[in-house]
Design a protein around this ligand. Structure first.
Ligand SMILES: [Zn+2]
Ligand SMILES: [Zn+2]
Length: 347
């Protein structure tokens, strides 16, 4: 028992001491490429899986659709319940401005909340729209400082819910309702970003309208893919080019491609990550299936660098790649520290 305990403690300590190094190779608005050093496949994969399934992200979870048919008052834009306010049915005029609703097309137009797509499908599309996620302003409902103690059905407050509204009317020739038609009830910085405003939701024709309140909550990709902020998360071993035979390598240089002898250092190594990628492609000219292969043999080889990986991913636009990486790392370290605590408790 004593021995087992010490071994477990040492294992936990050695994990803490061993620091993984991460270098940024490329960081765009929605994509990132990193070099992970002093690590192993298990770590890179843990980071990959955490990014996909444990990074907190806001996504639309519930949608309340307004249902019914309405008389739109052309004087003030108020939606009156259909027929009730019309002159012909004994109504007293627009509920808001009092204008008499006599002639359709002059005083009012008739709109019905229907469209080609069923509400379920619209809701599914809304869930996939990247909602800008601010981790300093919003929390998971279950850990929300204001409402975590309430029963789940009663939860939902300005620090754990984001509400978007949309009211759209069709046109004769058809109007595409897009993510940009949703209005955020709150700070302007949390409107759907410019780049994603053109995401289509549905298309409406004259007489068709759509009105809804959509609530976004914080969730994890492990619950539903809509809460996964990243896509195409991959890692490959970092590779270097090795010049084994200078004379034979000339066969490749003579093809006048991008990479040549000058790119290799005096020890015959090519370390530049992008150049190695290019070299790997160019080696196909002298590799398997080519006539020249038997002569070229292994004059230049590509080798994996132990413990180093090139990690790349894209985000869906709900947060920057830096944020996704930071949130995933903190989520991962929380998991490990709680695992460490559990181990200490049981051993
Ligand atoms: Zn009116
Ligand atoms: Zn709350």
């Amino acid at each position: 028992m004593g021995l087992r305990k010490r071994a477990a403690e040492e294992a936990v300590e050695s994990e803490v001491i061993k620091m993984v190094k991460i270098e940024v190779l490329d960081m765009g608005a929605e994509n990132a490429k990193l070099l992970i050093k002093d690590s192993d496949r298990a770590f890179a994969n843990a980071l990959r899986r955490t990014m996909m399934s444990e990074t907190p992200k806001m996504a639309i979870e519930t949608v309340r659709f307004q249902m019914g048919s309405f008389d739109l008052c052309l004087s003030c834009g108020h939606l009156n319940p259909a027929a009730a306010a019309r002159e012909s049915s004994g109504g007293s005029g627009c509920n808001q401005c009092g204008k008499k609703l006599e002639k359709e097309g002059v005083d009012y137009t008739v709109w019905e909340t229907n469209g080609a797509l069923p509400d379920e499908m619209v809701a599914q599309r809304l869930a996939m729209i990247p909602i800008p996620t601010d981790h300093t302003m919003f929390h998971y409902e279950e850990t929300c400082p204001t409402c975590k103690d309430l029963v789940p059905e009663d939860r939902g407050c300005p620090t754990c819910n984001m509400i978007y509204t949309c009211k759209a009317f069709g046109t004769e020739e058809g109007m595409t309702v897009t993510a940009g038609d949703m209005i955020y009830l709150g700070d302007q910085s949390l409107e759907i970003p410019e780049h994603y405003r053109s995401i289509p939701i549905t298309k409406l024709y004259k007489g068709q309208m759509l009105e809804f309140y959509a609530t976004a909550v914080m969730g994890r990709g492990s619950q539903h893919a809509k809460w996964s902020p990243v896509c195409g998360v991959t890692f490959v071993p970092r590779q270097v080019g090795i010049l084994n035979n200078k004379t034979k390598a000339k066969i490749l240089w003579d093809l006048n491609l991008t990479i040549n002898a000058k790119d290799f250092d005096k020890d015959g190594r090519l370390e530049d990550i992008e150049k190695v990628e290019t070299l790997a492609k160019e080696l196909h000219h002298v590799g398997d299936g080519t006539e020249i292969q038997t002569e070229f043999k292994d004059a230049i080889t590509i080798e994996d660098v132990p413990g180093e990986f090139i990690f790349s991913f894209e985000t869906d636009g709900s947060m920057s790649p830096q944020t996704a990486l930071e949130m995933a790392s903190s989520s991962l370290s929380e998991t490990f520290s709680s695992l460490g605590d559990d181990l200490k408790a049981v051993l």
